[in-house]
Design a protein around this ligand. Structure first.
Ligand SMILES: Nc1ncnc2c1ncn2[C@@H]1O[C@H](COP(=O)(O)OP(=O)(O)OP(=O)(O)O)[C@@H](O)[C@H]1O
Ligand SMILES: [Mg+2]
Length: 381
């Protein structure tokens, strides 16, 4: 062929477009009037929703919605959004002709004629049921894993707690016996004070244990760390052997964060367990919290963050181990000692909240694990 001959330009005629639209079977692709009436229908729509073109054309979009969504005016709301903004997106359950439900990912775009008048809405729907179900399944598995981990942590905590409860009971028994033997009202008052104090401590501990053991409710709450860490400190200390202490360093006022408090507690506990295992001797673990503005230096995060770090003066992490520590099931601890899930839980938690986790470690000098969580900042009115 003569190379100078211009290449022919192929254009689709109307029939060609129709063939194209009908060749798409993985997407329901159809047109609505601005009022939401169906005016065209393709093979994908028939495949996904189960209605033939004759059955669908002329009907209203709302026929695919669940009763709850219809009652909530969801179809009308979607149409109004598309007409007002040019586009609407939605994800949710829809109903097929046979009454079964599918999880739809739907987009609606306004279609205009050459003069800019709205002539209808182009609607594209995808059946995402399989993906949705596998996501739900994964969420279920994660929840199970979390619960199993929590039970294991509870086992470790209650061991320490039994010891602490014993101490509290010793105080109560001893002080009440002494109070029974003395006539001095001042002394009796002092002893009653100690009994009361021991009782309060015990009840606090039990409350914390119970709230920790509760099934996960996955509830995001505004957490103000300076209010919660002091009571958590006593609880966390249960996991530490005698001679090892947990020191709090808080730099208030700390930014509030929006997290599931039980997951945050689990994360901190995992870091504290790791610090404890790395030290194996007397010493202090430092839990520090402060605000920081990030400008991309950590995982390209920018903005206001709450930084929570757990520092130990333990063995440190060897360079060949370091790249693997966040892998699920990676552990250097002996059989039955570590599951290798602690840091992968911590990693999942921070990523899920749009944050990150950093590790600074030097063999022989200790490790600092730093959680970085986006601050919840209220806009000034
Ligand atoms: N503070 C630390 N000091 C030294 N090594 C650490 C520290 N934190 C984590 N590691 C290393 O990272 C590995 C993985 O930690 P991770 O918490 O995920 O699992 P684990 O502690 O081994 O087991 P689990 O937490 O399930 O009981 C540990 O086995 C250890 O080698
Ligand atoms: Mg661990």
């Amino acid at each position: 062929m003569d190379p100078n001959t211009p290449k022919p330009i192929h254009r689709l005629n109307e029939q060609g477009y129709e063939l194209l639209v009908n060749a798409v079977v993985d997407y329901a692709l159809y047109m609505l009037s601005p009022e939401g009436e169906i005016i065209s229908w393709n093979a994908g729509a028939e495949r996904i929703k189960g209605y033939s073109a004759e059955e669908a054309i002329g009907q209203h979009l709302s026929m695919f919605f669940t009763e709850e969504d219809r009652a909530a005016n969801r179809p009308a709301h979607l149409i109004a959004t598309a007409l007002n903004t040019g586009r609407a997106q939605d994800e949710g359950w829809r109903v097929r002709r046979d009454g079964t439900r599918f999880w739809a990912l739907a987009v609606m775009d306004v279609v205009r004629d050459h003069d800019g008048r709205i002539i209808g809405l182009a609607k594209i729907t995808r059946d995402m049921t399989e993906r949705h179900e596998s996501e739900l399944h994964l969420q279920g598995l994660r929840a199970q894993l979390f619960q199993a981990q929590k039970l294991e942590a509870l086992g470790q905590l209650t061991g320490g707690m039994a010891h602490d409860f014993n101490n509290l009971l010793t105080v109560i028994i001893g002080a009440s016996a002494l109070a029974g033997r003395t006539q001095d009202p001042k002394r009796i008052k002092e002893l009653l004070g100690s009994i009361h104090e021991a009782g309060l401590r015990g009840s606090h501990l039990t409350q914390h244990l119970l709230s920790f053991a509760r099934q996960r409710d996955q509830q995001q709450q505004v957490v103000q760390l300076e209010n919660t860490l002091h009571s958590a400190q006593m609880f966390f200390s249960q996991a530490l052997p005698k001679g090892m202490t947990l020191e709090l360093q808080l730099c208030p006022p700390l930014h509030p964060i929006l997290v599931d408090p039980s997951q945050l507690e689990m994360t901190l506990l995992n870091l504290i367990f790791n610090a404890r295992d790395a030290m194996e001797q007397d010493g202090s673990i430092v839990l520090r919290a402060e605000n920081r503005t990030l400008t991309g230096e950590w995982d390209e995060l920018t903005g206001e963050f709450l930084i929570i770090s757990v520092r130990d003066s333990g063995s440190g992490i060897p360079p060949d181990v370091l790249p693997r520590i966040f892998e699920p099931f990676f552990t250097t601890k002996g059989l039955g000692k570590g599951t290798g899930l602690g840091l992968s839980q911590a990693y999942g938690f921070v990523r899920q909240h749009g944050g990150t986790i950093r590790v600074d470690s030097e063999p022989g000098r200790g490790t600092t694990m730093t959680l970085c969580l986006p601050a919840l900042l209220y806009q000034a009115p």
